[in-house]
Design a protein around this ligand. Sequence first.
Ligand code: AKB
Length: 371
Amino acid sequence: MARALSKLVRHALRTHGCGCESLTVSVRSISFSPRQVTSDAGFHSVSFSETDHPKVLITGGLGQLGVGLAKMLRRQFGKNNVILSDIRKPPSDVYHNGPFIYSDILDYKNLREIVVNNRITWLVHYSALLSAVGEANVSLARDVNITGLHNILDIAAEHGLRLFVPSTIGAFGPSSPRNPTPDLCIQRPRTIYGVSKVHAELMGEYYHHRYGLDFRCLRYPGIISADSQPGGGTTDYAVQIFHDAVKTGKFECNLRPDTRLPMMYITDCLRATLEMMEAPAEVLSMRTYNINAMSFTPEELAHELQKLLPGLQVTYHIDPVRQAIADSWPMNFDDSNARKDWGWKHDYDLPELVQTMLNFIGSDSRIASAN
Ligand code: AKB
């Protein structure tokens, strides 16, 4: 089991943009930090005029969500106003589609230089190790998810940035109400990923109240995308099933057939992120919101897929680490506050999700086999 998990970590680090290969924690040389200034230091004023487009930096940009978010934000704000960053070398299409920069969130000076030199006004902080991979390497997860976040918070507060940090259904644990899970309830997660996300929620909210940091946070469900892979999460099965179904007609699921988890299609997730970032401060009654679209089990997802691919065979080989994590997470997510405060509304339910994923992956594999 330990060997399998460390293989998983190595694979995730090689193939997925968590921005986390470099483990050197830098010694800071900063002239001041929010810890040294008083609460009335004026961080409330954003450093760009409301009529200007924001200048956005996305960390962990080569993971599951960064490239898609950059594409959407570039359409809205202009190509050169959105900078993707990671510590890995970008594929050539990403490199040629807009600004890409090396950034290591554990290197405070490097981050600060990027923010200053590019006059960044919004920061979307996607670097993180996910749940399963985090359990396989706790100290790396602690460095990236907690120390990295501290750097990001300080940079954002010092430079008056609007900061988005995603949280997750994983920020809840076995003692949280699971069906449904409201925004405010007991949060005692049992993974380092969950602990680091509760820490991020609380630190962000603390910086908001203490220093006026414009911190915004959404708790994402499992995100399902066709052209980008998640890396080392518990909900990854819900992406892999589509690829295996199209390629081989078979899928081996690592969760029990009745494991119910909240899920969302990537287009909804990215739109929610932009809508939360653009929401006027006065409508935000909270700084951290649940968002949701649907909830399903592996059995229900397989059944929906079999309507379009009747030959699909699904077997179950349970991974005890992932199963224990999933059993401690919400089954249904209550996102009524997001719907009430800033008008959140999802577009994709399970049938549309399955149709869209199959269209996408099917046309991709047809192109690949034609080449
Ligand atoms: C994971 O499974 O770790 C993530 C998440 C739900 O946060 N996809």
